[in-house]
Design a protein around this ligand. Structure first.
Ligand code: NI
Length: 161
């Protein structure tokens, strides 16, 4: 496993649409593992492959609960319900946060790391993270969805390892 370089704000790859994965093979599993390691290194809740420069429909999420990291290939939202107002950041926009409205609940269908079809019913933070990462696969960034005027820059804590 390896930590990959995270593409940041202004990198035009973040605006590109990612392609579907045809075969969930060892290369995809290695990508998923590297993405999990990269997300953990930067304390992220989620990461999409485009953020490490790979235009494939692959995302990882970790809420740091007892479920462990979630690895999804070709995820699609098949149902949305309700609304929640949330604060959101993105590893491609270090120290920036904004408020937005996301669905309160979503159903997502995807393939797991073995290529098996799975369905996830998510609410609250997991629903938010799924929407955020799936947006990345379509070149959509959180600043596109924010409530105008809510973007904030938060000074990073110094000497923190
Ligand atoms: Ni993001």
């Amino acid at each position: 496993m390896a930590v990959r370089i995270v593409r940041e704000e202004g990198d035009e790859i973040l605006r590109k649409k990612s392609r579907e994965v045809e075969n969930v093979d060892d290369k995809i599993r290695e990508l998923l593992d590297d993405m999990v390691e990269t997300m953990h290194k930067y304390n992220g809740v989620g990461l999409s492959a485009v953020q490490v420069g790979v235009l494939k429909r692959v995302i990882v999420i970790d809420l740091y609960d007892d479920k462990g990291p979630i690895k999804l290939v070709n995820p699609i939202i098949t149902k949305e319900k309700g609304e929640q107002e949330v604060e959101e950041g993105c590893l491609s926009f270090p120290n920036k946060y904004a408020r937005m409205i996301r669905p309160a609940e979503v159903t997502v269908e995807a393939l797991d790391e073995n290529g098996k079809k799975i369905k996830i019913h998510a609410k609250e933070l997991l629903a938010q993270a799924l929407c955020h990462e799936i947006d990345h696969l379509n070149g959509i960034l959180f600043i596109d969805c924010m409530i105008p005027g809510t973007l904030q820059y938060v000074e990073p804590e110094k000497d923190k390892k």
